[in-house]
Ligand binder design. Structure first.
Ligand SMILES: [Zn+2]
Ligand SMILES: [Zn+2]
Length: 242
């Protein structure tokens, strides 16, 4: 019976490529062309942010220039895609295009890219969005990614572990330290969820990592609230020269 329903559904809604809408073999996939044009990250990567690095790993911890210059308050970080070309289009469609269905396959790619980050009893939490933005966009893309990632990795997800109290802090003309402080003041732990992260490793999830300032603010808030180690996993990483 279920098989027949599935077949009927497939006839009415044949699987389409998430990138271009062409018919594909499987649901929630990319067609061959889009697959080739999507910059998946593989090979040697920066341990802190996941950006691809030249050369092969020699067993020592390697980091990109950015992460060597900026001390990250988290242990390790990974990203599934480079924020460019088709990947950029997918991220923007998920963020502004009202296409929440993209979150499931995206989370699958993130689970693959972040497999070395997962720890037993780890708690997954998204980077928070201010409620006024939530109203406009209808959903927090990072929370959606976190939820699907939790299923993929078999880990607990706390969608409202962190809250954003201030809408968008004006960061222009401020020093790096002032920016960090402003961001940190804008983010807080949910008073009713703070007990969940006591002594636990927390995996912070976001759609894009640019400078990492927001993720750093979230990480510091978690550490100050009793979390053990922080890890970060993003769908896409912005390269400096991109
Ligand atoms: Zn396609
Ligand atoms: Zn890095």
């Amino acid at each position: 019976m279920w098989q027949r329903i599935q077949t009927a559904v497939a006839l009415i809604y044949p699987p389409r490529c998430m990138g271009c809408g062409e018919l594909t073999e499987t649901d929630f996939g990319l067609c061959g062309t889009c697959w080739r044009e999507t910059p998946f990250i593989g090979g040697t990567v920066c341990e802190s942010c996941g950006v691809p690095l030249p050369g092969t790993a020699d067993g020592h911890r390697i980091e990109c220039d950015d992460c060597m210059k900026t001390t990250r308050p988290w242990q390790d970080g990974r990203a599934a895609l480079m924020y460019q070309g088709k990947a950029r289009a997918l991220v923007l469609a998920l963020k502004h295009g009202d296409r929440p269905e993209l979150a499931r396959p995206a989370a699958r790619w993130m689970a693959q890219a972040g497999r070395e980050l997962f720890r037993p009893d780890m708690l997954i939490a998204p980077v928070p969005l201010h409620w006024t933005r939530l109203l406009k966009r209808r959903y927090n893309q990072s929370a959606l990614l976190a939820q699907h990632l939790g299923k993929e990795a078999g880990l607990e997800v706390c969608p409202d572990l962190l809250l954003r109290r201030v809408r968008t802090p004006a960061l222009d003309g401020k020093t790096a330290a002032q920016r960090a402080e402003t961001l940190e003041n804008a983010i807080s732990t949910h008073p009713k969820r703070v007990n969940r992260m006591q002594g636990r490793d927390v995996l912070l999830v976001d759609d894009v990592m640019t400078s990492g300032a927001t993720l750093a603010a979230c990480a510091r808030v978690c550490l100050a609230s009793g979390a053990n180690h922080i890890f970060v996993l993003t769908l896409a990483r912005v390269a400096k020269d991109a």
